[in-house]
Design a protein around this ligand. Structure first.
Ligand SMILES: C[S@@+](CC[C@H](N)C(=O)[O-])C[C@H]1O[C@@H](n2cnc3c(N)ncnc32)[C@H](O)[C@@H]1O
Length: 370
């Protein structure tokens, strides 16, 4: 993604943005988005139209998700381009009224061992606050199932059960549906199973931690009961990643049972008053994933200071799960531990109270403990 401002004025920055997305971000995850983005980058008339939007609205994922939201099919570029021509006013309206708010429930798998370790060390249940929560799906880590695979053993954790360890052949594991998820028995779908490849000494808990209170903050909370918001969450998932859409639907069914308290507003404005509502007999954890990239350096510094205050006042824990470019410390330096740069590239760094603890897959698919 080009630096802020590089896309203003001429279309060069925007074309490069789409070219980067089509060559670096999308391949491997979405051949369709890779193909469309590269064609867009070479389509000056379309780039000129995209440049009519404010800078932060030109991002490829937002524009492509808007087209998907409006019904464009996975198709060769000429068909996609025709769709844009026929629906440009609606695409523009959607881009202007929506934002990239992907709510990736898979990230719970990379947070779970830290949440389990905090609950065990504190000897009490957890109260959770997620800042930048989108629809709040990551606020239910105690309601999903997990499969941690270290290459030799698969450890399965489920609500109400204790951890089961099995060989990788899955011998004795419950039957899976054709989508690779457990079959529901009618009525509500089964909660999602979140698979995660692990490396290093990941402190897997024996059972899921108990969560007694959960709340989130977002500039624009999405509502799991609102069909338009749900359709937008689905559109934000890349077209070929049906497994992510499936687990999103299952997580939404969990969240709909007891929708979490979500406060609308800036994380720095809302954090302290929300933290004041958490039950005092629970261990408070504030966490965030894929959020700080949207917050200014000044906003991040204010947030860090607020977290230090909460740690001092009530022993609050802080879990930060963010991309390498936004892991900035008080003195302005980045806190990447000594490592081969390829280990972090394209991944997130998980920190507990400011200390790096793991490299995590951006969608929760891997957890590499430091
Ligand atoms: C990419 S989404 C990630 C959502 C969620 N954390 C997850 O991992 O699935 C980023 C979210 O942060 C929210 N956000 C960005 N800046 C914010 C701010 N200053 N205060 C509160 N929320 C913010 C956005 O509205 C969006 O819902």
């Amino acid at each position: 993604m080009p630096a802020a401002g590089s896309g203003t004025g001429t279309g060069t920055g925007t074309a490069e943005w789409y070219r980067h997305f089509g060559t670096v971000d999308a391949p491997g995850s979405s051949p369709c988005y890779a193909d469309w983005s590269l064609h867009i980058a070479d389509d000056p008339e379309l780039i000129a139209r995209i440049d009519q939007w404010p800078y932060n609205k030109r991002q490829p994922l937002l524009m492509l998700a808007a087209a998907r939201f409006l019904g464009v099919r996975v198709s060769p570029y000429p068909e996609f381009r025709r769709f844009l021509d026929e629906h440009w006013a609606e695409v523009s309206r959607t881009v202007m009224s929506r934002a990239t708010q992907t709510n990736e429930v898979g990230r719970c798998a990379t947070l779970l061992p830290s949440l389990g370790a905090i609950a065990a060390a504190e000897g009490r249940p957890l109260a959770l606050i997620e800042v930048g929560a989108s629809a709040g799906l990551a606020l239910f880590p105690d309601r999903y199932s997990y499969e941690f695979d270290d290459g030799v053993t698969v450890t399965r954790l489920s609500p109400g059960g204790s951890g089961e360890r099995r060989g990788r052949d899955g011998s004795g594991a419950p039957p899976l549906g054709s989508d690779g998820l457990p079959d529901g028995s009618g009525g509500l779908p089964e909660p999602p199973v979140l698979p995660c490849r692990t490396a290093g000494p990941v402190p897997l808990p024996d059972a899921l931690p108990e969560v007694v209170w959960r709340a989130g903050i977002d500039l624009n909370p999405l509502d799991v009961r609102n069909p338009d918001d749900v359709a937008w969450l689905e559109a934000l998932i890349w077209p070929e990643q049906e497994f992510r859409r499936e687990r999103l639907r299952r997580a939404i069914a969990v969240a709909r049972e007891h929708p979490p308290l979500l406060v609308a507003g800036d994380l720095n404005e809302q954090l302290l008053s929300l933290a004041g509502q958490a039950p005092a007999d629970a261990a408070l954890v504030v966490f965030h994933s894929a959020v700080m990239g949207y917050v200014s350096a000044d906003g991040r510094a204010r947030f860090r200071a607020a977290m230090q205050g909460l740690a001092h006042d009530c022993g609050c824990h802080w879990l930060s799960n963010e991309g390498e470019t936004v892991i900035i410390q008080e003195d302005g330096s980045a806190v990447l531990p000594e490592m081969n740069p390829s280990r972090i590239r394209g991944n997130f760094l998980l920190q507990h109270n400011g200390q790096p603890v793991a490299i995590t897959g951006p969608h929760g698919q891997s957890l590499d403990w430091l």
